[in-house]
Design a binder for this molecule. Structure first.
Ligand code: FES
Length: 393
């Protein structure tokens, strides 16, 4: 497939889709029509400014497999962001074009973004092995709603994390210490061994300098009697940690999030007080055992954009529709890779998909077959229309 086909990443939205919906206006009630319109209309505001070139100016290794990178602009100001948000790194690898989300782990008060890279897939391999001080990197502006809101959230936050998920909480802790946010943060870090706690000395420093507002506690597998570190996350443990009211923020593996969902429900904590984030990892065949979406047979995806239909692409086991298109080198619009930004919204023309764990299909999206390819796995061969106009490709 030609690299030129999708060479322009910015695009102006699929006005044809809106036109089609306008024709069907009499069939739709007014409220729904407005909702649908906003799905496509917001795409008009995208432009190339969302993609930024930055330079790696500092590298702090924790180990061969975990490093913190400082990313700075050359001669412009980086956009503001909120503690807890994530950016995407745009990587070109073997003809594919990949967007890897990483939580920003610095506070918004700096003129740079810091990110921690954890060796968890072939894209992070390239970052850890290839990036040196001076490397030029393309990123998107930070986005996402894994952020503290004083009007919505309680004054106390109970955080749960394993692995790379700690980045969000480092950013929140820095922001609390700098006086920009005003809440108490109590983070439970689940790991096999103390040596696996990423940047533990920095976490200790944050705690010491927070005037009692930030606390990290470690739930280690080496102390577990139940043989599984996540097995220690139970409703009675949660109950013993902090007196309510509090809001819960959790960022970690499916295992941690699923367990928390189970035990928070037992405690009757309301959904509006729970915020979850599952770090995005490109699947590898070894990861797939036991995953519901690891199909026996690889399916294909046929992509339409304006009046072009591209040759079918094979979807490797465990890949979302988005990742299959990325591997084929398509410059698919996207920003977050977790169903949150809406930029990849597409139309499912043929076939069936299932959503990633934790994702819901809104009734209005289901009615008009609107999907987010970044969180969809195929159940059959599929055909989708992606929102890129031909004259902008
Ligand atoms: S890339 Fe953000 S919703 Fe798909």
């Amino acid at each position: 497939m030609s690299d030129d086909i999708f060479k322009k990443r910015g695009y102006g939205g699929d006005f044809r889709a809106v036109k089609k919906l306008e024709k069907a206006e009499e069939l739709i009630d007014n409220y729904n029509f407005k909702s649908i319109r906003s799905y496509f209309g917001e795409m008009n505001f995208r432009d190339d400014l969302d993609m930024m070139d930055v330079v790696v100016t500092d590298i702090e290794p924790f180990s061969e497999n975990v490093k913190r990178y400082r990313l700075e602009p050359q001669n412009y100001e980086l956009p503001l962001f909120e503690a807890g948000q994530s950016l995407c790194v745009y990587m070109r690898i073997n003809g594919g074009r990949f967007l890897k989300p990483l939580a920003v782990c610095s506070s918004p008060n700096h003129r740079y973004y810091s990110v921690i890279v954890f060796r968890d897939d072939f894209v992070s391999d390239r970052m850890l092995d290839d990036w040196v001080v001076g490397s030029e990197v393309t990123i998107t502006r930070p986005r996402g709603n894994f952020t503290y809101h004083p009007l919505r959230d309680e004054k106390k936050v109970l955080g749960f994390v394993d692995g790379i998920g700690i980045s969000h909480f480092i950013s929140m802790a820095e922001t609390i210490i700098e006086g920009e946010e005003n809440f108490e943060l109590f983070v439970v870090y689940v790991a096999d061994y103390y040596k696996d706690i990423i940047f533990s000395s920095y976490l200790n420093w944050l705690e010491k300098n927070s005037n009692g507002k930030v606390k990290f506690c470690y739930l280690l597998g080496e102390e577990s009697r139940v043989g599984c570190r996540h097995g220690n996350v139970t409703s009675s443990l949660i109950k013993s940690l902090l007196a309510p009211p509090y809001s819960v923020f959790a960022s970690g593996s499916n295992e941690l999030i699923d367990r928390l969902n189970l035990h928070l429900a037992k405690l009757g904590i309301s959904d509006s007080d729970i915020h979850m984030r599952r770090p995005f990892v490109y699947a590898t065949p070894e990861d797939l055992s036991g995953k519901p979406y690891a199909k026996l047979k690889p399916f294909t995806i046929t992509v339409k954009s304006a009046d072009i239909t591209y040759p079918p692409i094979e979807i490797e086991k465990g890949d979302t529709l988005m990742v299959a298109m990325e591997k084929a080198g398509l410059n698919v619009p996207g920003k977050c890779m977790n169903g949150g930004c809406g930029v990849c919204r597409s139309r499912l023309l043929e076939g069936k998909v299932e959503l990633m764990a934790g994702e819901d299909w809104k009734p209005v999206e289901e009615k008009y077959s609107v999907i987010h390819p970044c969180v969809c796995y195929p159940l059959t061969d599929v055909t989708i229309e992606i929102p890129i106009k031909r004259d902008e490709i």
